[in-house]
Design a protein around this ligand. Structure first.
Ligand code: PGA
Length: 259
């Protein structure tokens, strides 16, 4: 992806219920997103829909991602999905370590392994980190630092450049736009994450790693967060299932990238 492009990722979570609905949502997004030069759109539907949706659009302006991947590349692991299987049905990205999966018991160690496996098997990991609440002593910043260090503990330093780091404060996920983070807080946190990357992995990594934001991104806050938040894109949850709202976010990102 060209560095100036904005990266807008839709995380559909466990929605919708049928392929017909998935296809309808996607076709409205496709119509708009496929015309945008300055945005890389990525749609992360449930595993079962990726294959067919990927056949509905074969250009490069919209790419696909899984919402999780297993720690092993193949074998007797009932119910799991491997990186190469995802790739083979049309995924180029995969979300790893989303807070909703961490809540189900996924540990930092498992996440580190999944990141290594994804990178080794043609997928770009979208690595989610984020605190559940903010304290006034800055403990949440140390928490973020630990999440970053642990996530990258199994990969080579240079491979961090192939990772998308998604800052998703848990307290801001699934709320309305008003309750999302404000641009100033996001800017501060993004600078802090860059500082951690600089201290741990050096200037090249700090200056070139793609950091995006997720947590109640909607059309009404997207412009401010993207202009002032010091992030290169968004991971959008509920608004990515509403084509009009998602397309508006894409439009905002496209205009900012162009200006
Ligand atoms: P949200 O979800 O946009 O609905 O807050 C973001 C996410 O969980 O990735």
């Amino acid at each position: 992806m060209a560095k100036t492009k904005k990266l807008i990722i839709g995380n559909w979570k466990m929605h919708p219920n049928t392929h017909t609905d998935a296809s309808n949502i996607f076709s409205e997004i496709k119509e708009y997103a496929s015309g945008l030069q300055n945005v890389q759109t990525v749609i992360c539907p449930p595993f079962v829909f990726i294959d067919k949706l990927a056949q509905e659009y074969t250009g490069h302006r919209i790419l696909f991602g899984g919402q999780d991947v297993f720690t092993q590349t193949s074998g007797s692991y009932t119910g799991e999905v491997s990186a190469l299987q995802l790739y083979s049905v049309g995924a180029d990205y995969v979300i790893i370590g989303h807070s909703e999966r961490r809540k189900l018991g996924e540990t930092d160690e498992v996440i580190a392994t999944k990141i290594r496996i994804a990178l080794g098997n043609k997928l770009t990991p979208i690595v989610c980190i984020g605190e559940s609440e903010r304290d006034t002593h800055g403990e949440y910043l140390r928490f973020l630092r630990r999440q970053i260090e642990k996530a990258f503990s199994e990969i080579k330093k240079k491979d961090i450049l192939n990772v998308v780091l998604a800052y998703e404060p848990i307290w801001a996920i699934g709320k309305t736009g008003d309750e999302a983070i404000n641009a100033q807080k996001l800017h501060e946190t993004s600078l802090y994450m860059q500082r951690v990357l600089r201290e741990e992995y050096g200037n090249v990594i700090a200056d070139n790693t793609t950091i995006i934001y997720g947590g109640s991104v909607e059309p009404n806050n997207a412009e401010e967060l993207l202009r002032e938040g010091d992030v290169k894109g968004f991971l959008v949850g509920h608004a990515s299932l509403e084509p009009k709202a998602f397309n508006k976010i894409l439009e905002i990102a496209n205009n900012i990238a162009r200006s």
